[in-house]
Design a protein around this ligand. Structure first.
Ligand SMILES: NC(=O)c1ccc[n+]([C@@H]2O[C@H](COP(=O)([O-])OP(=O)(O)OC[C@H]3O[C@@H](n4cnc5c(N)ncnc54)[C@H](O)[C@@H]3O)[C@@H](O)[C@H]2O)c1
Length: 252
């Protein structure tokens, strides 16, 4: 068995479902110890049961003290921190004319503000670890909606474009410490977020046909991208936007 994350400690947010759950499991399979973070009301307590290397933490990442608590939990449990995978996210559609402040704030708080705040809280621990190992990793989940759009997605698209700008700046600021920061842009992936839509055969067929590879993505497809960026193989990759969409966005 390969172990591309042997000896590493990772925080993965949104780990009760979809991309985060698949990533927590793949990281653990590859030798990492994982703090699996998700909302207390989610299935986080049971979602990764049976995998001893995955420790759950039920917390809302938008809480004022959530970033400090998350980083402290990883350090208390595992002693150091190598990888932060900021993946938790929410969507929602409303035309801009009708979009409420609450909608805008909820989407942007989870998708970009919490990513900034958790990254900021993790930097001291990542730097400390990088002084020993020579490297640290931030991987963030954006979306193809960071550069494309659709009706009703002004808040979501703004939040995901924000993840891009935030991540590139983190990459610039943290490079001299050996810490990389990259972001993934998933295409149409079958997860808790999209299941309702993609369980409709007509909607599913439309999205399958749009992708060059003629299928929806599965959470593991994105987890593999995150693993690559989190691993030592990505030592010289930073500030990069990794599109993992099966060719969904190739043509106009
Ligand atoms: N599914 C897709 O097609 C797709 C496409 C592009 C980008 N993404 C992004 O992928 C990421 C993962 O989403 P997914 O598709 O796996 O969806 P998902 O709904 O299956 O998983 C997202 C998880 O994030 C958690 N979460 C939401 N708000 C939270 C909060 N405040 N605190 C803690 N946890 C919270 C949810 O409880 C959920 O378990 C998101 O950032 C999403 O925007 C998904």
């Amino acid at each position: 068995m390969s172990a591309r994350l042997a000896g590493k400690v990772a925080i993965v947010t949104g780990a009760a479902s979809g991309i985060g759950q698949a990533s927590a499991r793949l990281f653990a399979e590859e030798g990492a110890q994982v703090l699996a973070v998700d909302r207390p009301e989610s299935a986080i307590a049971t979602a990764n049961q049976g995998v001893p290397a995955i420790v759950p933490l039920g917390i809302d990442i938008t809480g004022d003290d959530a970033p400090a608590k998350i980083v402290a939990a990883a350090l208390e449990r595992f002693g150091h921190l190598d990888i932060v995978f900021n993946n938790a996210g929410v969507s929602g559609r409303a035309f801009a004319e009708e979009m409420t402040d609450e909608h805008w704030d909820r989407v942007n708080n989870v998708n970009v503000r919490a990513v900034f705040r958790i990254s900021r809280a993790a930097i001291p621990a990542l730097k400390e670890r990088a002084r020993v190992t020579g490297r640290g990793r931030i991987v963030n989940t954006a979306s193809v909606m960071a550069f494309d759009t659709d009706f009703g997605l002004s808040a979501y698209c703004a939040s995901k474009a924000g993840v891009g700008g935030l991540t590139r700046t983190l990459a610039l600021e943290l490079g001299k410490f050996g810490i990389t920061a990259n972001y993934i842009c998933p295409g149409a992936i079958y997860t808790g977020m999209t299941r309702n839509g993609f369980d409709d055969p007509e909607i599913r067929a439309v999205w399958e046909k749009k992708a060059a590879l003629r299928r929806l993505g599965q959470p593991i497809d994105i987890a593999r991208g995150a693993l690559m960026l989190a691993s030592d193989d990505a030592d010289f990759i930073t500030g990069h936007e990794l599109v993992v969409d099966g060719g969904l966005t190739l043509r106009t």
